[in-house]
Design a protein around this ligand. Structure first.
Ligand code: FAD
Length: 395
């Protein structure tokens, strides 16, 4: 993307002030100025500068009111197990959802299994199948880097637009909880590996006034999304208020927690490499109708086509929820994300993710425009730039 379109050098002048103030790019709070023993460690500043944008990507969350499709269907002489429709939770729930799909795929004793798709669900399903001893070939229209999964934020968000209140089958909350716990457990195996495919990071929620719930209003034709976080409080660190003396930000209310972060470039690479090393195969292939699947040699197929299922399966229950990311040059020193004025920032190893997330999870609902909105990208970056500008002036 040409930076000229975004207004090159439209950097807030104040951002340059961190170094000049002798703080070497760090942000400190009142406690640090007091020089007390309780001084919080300084937070490195996020360089929210328009000319650090490397690309703007758009992705469509594959939302289904009833939750992910996990049923089994016969297509000709093939058994098709569906594993799609995970809304804004596809990475987070992938391992648990894969386990359910694999149990169904292997129930009839088949050892040769095809997986359609190499996004979050396809990769984890193929991995779990290999671990269970199946011979697995992934067939996918897109290269890994071109999948929608590669355009996700990369945070632990297991109940983000996963289903609509009043639309799920009896037992779905328990099914979700099982998927969530299995996934959470499995992700811990990837923490601490070279390249940090998965890691923990601190998260700050900032508000100038009283903190508002993001789930307060739906709107835009969106249903009320289910909220299941309370079911898994024991594995989700809570956000707690940051005391005024420890608050490094120039806003009234700050809460801090921690969450898993997926550095998707490295993580997906690890998954794919492990799958291939374990004898898995991958073939680039697009299917235009379910009938074309009958040409495959494998008797059992797991359908992990995500939003693509809407076209392939003519499944209009898959509703797009648009989300856009402006990627900025990585800053390896950043180990915290933040949310401020409807903008979320997550400093991943493969790029800093700036995202306009709107006032509620209804933002982007029903919107299938998969083209970048540069004004939206600019606004997201400038909102955070303004925060750090205020911070620089306050120190
Ligand atoms: C902006 C944004 C941010 C998000 N952030 C997060 C997050 O932080 N955490 C989280 O857990 N989730 C997040 N999500 C949700 C997550 O990205 C999705 O739930 C997930 O990517 C779905 O993965 P998938 O494997 O089902 O689909 P995809 O990634 O879309 O993969 C589908 C695969 O199927 C293949 N395929 C499709 N149709 C065909 C066909 N006809 N023939 C052959 N192959 C086909 C494709 O080539 C691809 O390989 C986010 C989504 C968006 C839009």
């Amino acid at each position: 993307m040409g930076m000229a379109t975004l207004g090159r050098r439209a950097v807030l002048a104040g951002l340059g002030g961190f170094g000049a103030s002798g703080l070497a790019g760090c942000v400190t709070g009142p406690a640090a100025r007091l020089g007390s023993v309780a001084r919080p460690p300084p937070l490195p500043a996020i360089r929210a500068e328009l000319d650090r944008i490397t690309r703007v990507t758009v992705c469509l969350r594959p939302f289904r009111k009833a939750g992910p499709r996990l049923d089994v269907e016969a297509v000709g002489d093939k058994t098709v197990v569906h594993n799609y429709g995970h809304g804004g939770s596809g990475w987070s729930l992938s391992w648990g959802s894969a386990e359910i799909a694999v149990r169904k795929a292997l129930a009839g004793g088949a050892r040769d299994v095809a997986v359609i798709g190499c996004g979050a669900l396809g990769l984890t399903t193929a991995t779990v199948l290999r671990r269970a001893g199946a011979n697995v070939t992934i067939y996918a229209a897109d290269r890994l880097a071109d999948t929608r999964s590669s355009r996700a934020t990369g945070t632990w968000s297991p109940d983000s637009r996963i289903a609509a209140e009043g639309e799920v089958a009896a037992g779905f909350p328990e099914l979700w909880e099982g998927m969530c716990r299995t996934s959470f457990r499995t992700f811990q195996d990837y923490v601490g590996l070279a390249g940090a495919p998965v890691e923990w990071s601190d998260r700050y929620s900032l508000s100038d006034g009283p903190p508002a719930s993001r789930h307060d209003d739906s709107g835009g034709g969106a249903p009320r999304f289910v909220e299941y976080a309370d079911r898994v409080r024991d594995i989700m660190p809570r956000q707690t208020p940051v005391a005024a003396a420890d608050n490094p930000f120039p806003v009234a209310n700050v809460r801090r927690g921690a969450a898993l972060q997926f550095n998707v470039t490295e993580y997906a690479h690890v998954l794919m490499t492990d799958f291939l090393l374990a004898g898995g195969r991958i073939e680039v292939r697009k299917f235009n109708t379910p009938g074309e699947l009958t040409a495959l040699k494998e008797p059992v197929i797991v359908n992990c086509t995500g939003y693509g299922a809407r076209a392939l399966w003519k499944d209009e229950s898959v509703i797009p929820v648009r989300g856009q990311i402006a990627w900025l040059i990585p800053q390896p020193e950043l180990r915290y994300g933040l949310y401020y004025k409807h903008v979320s920032v997550l400093p991943r190893r493969d790029g800093i993710v700036f995202q306009q997330v709107g006032a509620s999870d209804a933002y982007g609902y029903g919107d299938d425009r998969e083209v970048p909105d540069l004004e939206e990208a600019r606004t997201a970056v400038m909102t955070i730039a303004e925060l750090y500008d205020r911070m620089a002036r306050a120190t």
